[in-house]
Design a protein around this ligand. Sequence first.
Ligand code: ADP
Ligand code: MG
Length: 358
Amino acid sequence: MIRLSGIRKAYGKTVALDELELDVREGEFFCLLGPSGAGKTTTLKTIAGLEQPDSGTVVLGGEDMRGVEPYDRGVAMCFESYALYPHRSAYDNLASPLRSPRHRLPAAEARQRIGAIAELLGISGLLDRPVGQLSNGQRQRVALGRVLVRPARAFLLDEPLSHLDAKLRQQMRAELKAIGAVRRTTTLYVTHDSVEALALGDRIGAIREGRIVQTGTREEIWYRPHDTEVARAFGRPRINLLPGVVTESGVRADGGIELPVRAPAAPGTDVLVGLRPRDIALHGGEGHELSGTVYVTEVLGRSVEVTVRLGTGEQRVSLVAPGRTRRALVRTIPYGSRSGLRTCCCSRPTGRSDRDDG
Ligand code: ADP
Ligand code: MG
């Protein structure tokens, strides 16, 4: 549906897009994730026809967009900077796309459509107010509504939830994909928030310095990151990356720690082993495969991040364990002959997290 090939765009000496390749399929919800300055907004503007690439092609629905005016491309873009009429009411801002010759709707139908979108975005009570008097979060929802209200062959959404407070953002994130217009329409969603990208994206593209470094499903991005930067960009707490060397039976990490992992490399090769904090389970008693000393614990709402120092070295791993308090979760026991050293051996959460497990 959206295909960008070899797109280059420079502003003076700044290269915003560097041979960018992107392929968004018909009907999918595609998230483009990257840090500030990566070229996300420039990508959307190039698709919308608001910026002309220095080279490369933009194809929408099989049609080359060279020479096609923004208005004729049939895409609706939601800008980071809102692009609203500040003196007009929220209602007028939502209605104006439906007054254009192309999308003109009978007044009653337009009213009904605007009402439905406003309801979904939680702005029904604000429709009479001039947009200039609204908060940033409210304006951002009007801007999003203005895009979703009209028929388009693709929606281009530029960080559309970034100005909402955390609770509303979470709620809107859950609801956005359920909006009928979004379900029916190819959507390219730009964000710098990896949680949003993982929650929303049918597929995700990681963009960096004007290039897409990896495209994949959340599983692929999560477990087969293209490089360490992509690995670190997704997931909080961040992935553990332990340097080590491949052996016959696994990987020996720095500090002599044996990791029973299958490495796709020959013995003797230097590697980094990635361990997702949420994939490391805590065991009590038998069968634990790594041991170490609790270095620090941090309560994250309903779970706890535990940082453990492995073996005797400086190698640390973070893990996330369910549970509300540290006491129920982390049981410390004396460790053999090394007096004074208390080694982490963590119980499975009992659910009775107010109990002191000793
Ligand atoms: P993102 O949306 O990922 O934060 P942008 O696409 O806005 O990134 O910008 C990519 C790069 O291009 C940045 O280095 C930015 O400073 C530069 N850039 C974007 N727009 C302009 C412009 N109109 N003039 C000059 N430089 C720009
Ligand atoms: Mg941007």
